[in-house]
Design a binder for this molecule. Structure first.
Ligand SMILES: Cc1ncc(COP(=O)(O)O)c(C=O)c1O
Length: 413
């Protein structure tokens, strides 16, 4: 049951237009999933309700058996959340989407709904720190084993495969090193063994990269990042085939509770309207700033998928439409220089969030990746002088002026 069918059955005035008559991405971002109530509001309605009233006890009973597909309870489904799910699915080119309370709940739901005791998961070493924790500390308690691999090494994925391997997990570009991995090649390996490939597409966004088209089975998002894009709410999403979302994710989410709130869904819907514009602008600015930083710090010190010097630039340009909004760069002088750089900034905020209209910068070794051992950080290329910047929507010249302050404080002219 999709939001359109459910909306029509529940007194939201149906929109006579086709849900998506072949719209292009910018139109989808603004219009897909829109369902208007009888008031014909232009903006999406915010259905801030936890429950729904029934016309009769029989209707209530029919809702619970599934004979009537109207709404029951907002932990299960909600009209505003449905609109967000449909719009994001349309942008992604996915058959279906399930929205969650945060990116971590999207990822945990995907693991918990697909894996059982005795199963095995293979994940890239270069993933968001909380996901590593979920795999090592929590899935392990339920008898789910794991292997971490260098995601660029296809033999490592193949060698790690076991009879009981059910899921491969990959993030590209990776946080915080901006490494890029081959989605199609890893998907092939997963499918040869009947496993699922799940891709965390947070850094690239649906605007710049479409993992499902490249062979992935499932895409997960922290909607907290570019999808909101203005640093307001937490949210997440799982996207994939209709049967996977309806038969695997939905039954798990319905009973376990990490549903997206209608208010957050409404904020995220408004975020989607401008997502293509924002991501393109941020990515264009990031490309300029990466090139500018490279002139000051040297070729090797700056990691950005849009730079020709990126070790996997050709792959990045094959699977991404542009380099994205994040840049990593290494300062000579380690943590001390990095902290002096951060302290000198007057415009760019020190924050571990990303994808915001405001440019944000973080020192991964002491924040997002501080829980990793020093050895693990070294293996992933997360040095003490490494900074990760999320480029926002400010004027590039103002950002450069601020970065000059940082560079001067770090002793780089
Ligand atoms: C790549 C990536 N995946 C997942 C997450 C988790 O998302 P959330 O904070 O919305 O739970 C984050 C958060 O920083 C992230 O950067």
């Amino acid at each position: 049951m999709n939001g359109k069918e459910r909306g029509m059955d529940n007194g939201m005035k149906g929109d006579d237009r086709q849900p998506d008559p072949g719209w292009r991405p910018a139109t989808r971002a603004v219009r897909a999933g829109l369902r208007r109530s009888g008031f014909q509001e232009t903006s999406e309605g915010l259905f801030l309700t936890s429950g729904y009233a029934y016309d009769s006890p029989q209707q209530a009973a029919d809702r619970f058996t599934g004979d009537d597909d109207g709404y029951i309870y907002s932990r299960y489904a909600n009209p505003t959340v449905d609109m967000f799910q449909q719009r994001l699915a349309a942008l992604e080119g996915a058959e279906a989407c399930f929205a969650t309370a945060s990116g971590m709940s999207a990822i945990f739901a995907t693991f918990a709904a697909t894996l059982s005791a005795g199963d095995h998961i293979i994940a890239s070493h270069s993933i968001f720190g909380s996901i590593t924790k979920v795999i090592t500390d929590h899935l392990a308690r339920f008898g789910i084993s794991h292997t971490f691999v260098d995601a660029a090494d296809m033999d490592a994925w193949r060698t790690a495969m076991r009879e009981e391997t059910k899921l491969l997990f990959l993030e590209t570009p990776a946080n915080p090193t901006l490494d890029v991995f081959d989605i199609a090649a890893v998907a092939d390996i997963a499918h040869q063994h009947g496993a699922l490939l799940v891709v965390d597409n947070v850094f690239a966004t649906p605007v710049l990269q479409k993992p499902l088209k490249l062979g992935a089975d499932v895409v997960v998002y922290s909607a907290t990042k570019h999808i909101d894009g203005q640093g307001r709410v937490l949210g997440g999403a799982v996207l994939g085939r209709r049967d996977f979302i309806d038969e695997v994710i939905q039954p798990f989410m319905r009973h376990t509770g990490a549903s997206l709130s209608p208010f957050n869904a409404w904020v995220l819907l408004k975020g989607l309207e401008t997502l293509p514009l924002r991501v393109r602008a941020m990515s264009d600015a990031a490309q300029r700033i990466a090139e500018w930083l490279q002139q000051r710090l040297g070729t090797e010190a700056v990691r950005y998928p849009g730079l020709k010097s990126h070790p996997r630039h050709a792959l990045a340009m094959r699977q991404m439409a542009a380099g994205g909004s994040l840049i990593a760069f290494e300062l000579p002088g380690g943590r001390e220089a990095a902290f002096r750089f951060l302290q000198a900034l007057e415009l760019i905020d020190i924050s571990n969030n990303l994808g915001d209209a405001k440019s944000l910068i973080t020192h991964p070794a002491s924040t997002t990746h501080s829980a990793l051992s020093e050895e693990e950080r070294a293996r992933q290329g997360i040095g003490e002088g490494l900074l990760r910047i999320s480029i926002g929507l400010e004027d590039v010249a103002d950002l450069q002026d601020d970065l000059k302050r940082g560079l001067a404080a770090a002793g780089i002219a």
